[in-house]
Design a protein around this ligand. Structure first.
Ligand SMILES: Cc1cc2nc3c(=O)[nH]c(=O)nc-3n(C[C@H](O)[C@H](O)[C@H](O)COP(=O)(O)OP(=O)(O)OC[C@H]3O[C@@H](n4cnc5c(N)ncnc54)[C@H](O)[C@@H]3O)c2cc1C
Length: 474
């Protein structure tokens, strides 16, 4: 074995510190941890099983199109992910709206009266949403007043109270006077997309965190950002470039099969063609893979990881021969369609329009054959977008992510481990770890920062000055 590198290859020559780390998993959590460690002068090797970085947020080619596996958005309050974009020099490629503005189309209403908007004004919280709520046409006057009262009650919840995680958000909303319509037209409209579960299946702690942070913290907190280029451009190409400049050795197509410690503070990471040794290991892989790789004694009850459920997201991709939507995105009501995004420019399509339907909490759809999904969704698009009635469908395909996120069910909070383990030198990262956030890019980046900070403390390295500051941002 060599010092901190492959046992079958030349050792690293940087020798900046004599301290080395291996990060397992090249999703956003692993890339973040690797960058943070390298920025602190640690010699880092990042191992990723797939031929690309980016984990669950990636792109692939389909003929002339570059397709994202799933539409990803973030909010202005996602300060860690925004730091990450900045760190990989990608901020300009995934800009935020100037001001929250979500067109909401209700397919159940007659044409001409279907469009509502959720937007904010330049007023302090909670007045910034007052006008939008007061004029939101998809709720009755009484429902709008009750939404306002529930929002104030949410504002009063103490997110540090562990009891919140034992309750479900749906029951809390019902107890606070929210009608089924208010849940559908407002709470689930936002909640399903951010939590990947309907209110009745969501932990009150996670839901309260999302709504308090996104809608009730800062007037601009819920302004929406999304990549105007394929996700792979950010999370693979630019991430790779940043890692290279930071001196991280990245090895793709390298699946870790086991990790072990010699008991004297050195770790050995087994890959198909040899082993690497290191002072610190960050496991930034999903919970089931973490369970498989954890050495004995690393967590008090590793079985808890297997009790964290997962939830699917389906994306339905439709290419029309002509423009059918005159907006970057909209959300739908009264239809199985949830959120629709215009992907034309980002995908490189030269003629017509490419729409991606992002369907969260897609348990009912995720295993349906493509033909059945086509039967289900094309007529719905004809109901929602009149111009599609005259357009020809040039391409129709779907991307299925069966384990897109952890299920944000009540009780999940106590199953999520923090960055530190019982094994000195071994750290955990991943959107599913205990960040307080639902499974998002923000959670992934925060977890990577936490794991790197814990490792740097143990390695006796100062945290890099420009690293995202978790506490200050909370
Ligand atoms: C369709 C879809 C839509 C989404 N929409 C949004 C959204 O709009 N906004 C948002 O914020 N989030 C969204 N998410 C969630 C977001 O993508 C994830 O939370 C985040 O990318 C998770 O990053 P991660 O690094 O924690 O894990 P992952 O991305 O799962 O990365 C783990 C990596 O570890 C690698 N790995 C696993 N085992 C091994 C091994 N043994 N050896 C080496 N490598 C290994 C995997 O190949 C993978 O690359 C969405 C997810 C999906 C799937």
């Amino acid at each position: 074995m060599t010092d901190g590198t492959r046992s079958d290859g030349p050792p690293h020559t940087t020798g900046r510190t004599g301290r080395d780390a291996v990060v397992v998993g090249g999703g956003l959590a692993g890339v973040t941890a690797a960058l943070a460690l390298a920025d602190a002068g640690v010699r880092v090797t990042l191992l990723e099983g797939r031929p690309r970085l980016g984990g669950l947020a990636f792109s692939f080619r389909r003929g002339d199109l570059t397709v994202d596996n799933g539409q990803h958005v973030y909010l202005r309050c996602c300060t860690a992910y925004r730091w990450f974009l900045d760190r990989i020099d990608a901020t300009g490629l995934a800009p935020l709206q100037n001001r929250l503005d979500v067109p909401v189309v209700d397919a159940g209403k007659p044409e001409g009266r279907r469009l509502g908007r959720l937007r904010r004004d330049a007023l302090p919280v909670p007045l910034h949403l007052g006008r939008s709520l007061a004029t939101y046409p998809h709720l009755s006057l009484a429902e709008r007043a009750r939404v306002g009262r529930a929002a104030l009650a949410l504002q009063g919840l103490d997110l540090t109270d562990p009891a919140l995680d034992e309750q479900d958000f749906g029951s809390w909303l019902a107890a606070h006077g929210q009608s089924a319509r208010a849940v559908e037209a407002l709470w689930d409209l936002v909640g399903v997309a951010t939590l990947n579960a309907v209110a009745g299946d969501s932990s009150l702690a996670l839901a309260a965190m999302v709504f308090k942070t996104g809608l009730l913290s800062d007037p601009g907190a819920a302004d929406i950002g999304w990549a105007r280029v394929p996700l792979g451009e950010l999370h693979d190409r630019l991430a790779r470039k940043a890692l290279d400049s930071a001196g991280v050795s990245v090895r793709l197509r390298t699946r870790v099969t086991s990790i072990s410690t010699d008991g004297n503070g050195r770790w050995s990471v087994q890959v198909p063609d040899g082993a690497l040794t290191a002072d610190a290991v960050v496991l930034a892989v999903p919970q089931r893979e973490t369970y498989d790789l954890l050495p004995p004694g690393a967590l008090e009850d590793p079985g808890q990881l297997l009790r964290i459920g997962t939830a699917p997201i389906l994306n339905v991709h439709v290419v029309y021969d002509r423009p059918v939507l005159d907006a970057p995105f909209f959300a739908a009501l009264g239809s199985p369609v949830q959120w629709v995004f215009d992907r034309t420019e980002a995908s490189g399509l030269s003629r017509g329009q490419y729409l991606a339907l992002s369907q969260s909490a897609a348990q009912d759809d995720i295993d349906l054959p493509v033909a059945a999904l086509r039967e289900r969704y094309l007529p719905e698009l004809r109901r929602l977008l009149p111009h599609t009635r005259y357009a020809e469908v040039m391409d129709f395909f779907v991307t299925r992510e069966r384990t897109a996120t952890f299920a944000p069910a009540p009780g999940v909070g106590r199953l999520r481990p923090g960055a530190r383990t019982e094994a000195p030198g071994l750290y955990l990262a991943g959107a599913w770890t205990a960040t307080g956030w639902p499974a998002t890019m923000e959670s992934a980046v925060r977890s990577g920062v936490s794991a790197a900070e814990a490792a740097l403390g143990a390695l006796g390295r100062p945290r890099p000055r420009h690293l995202f500051a978790l506490e200050e941002a909370a």
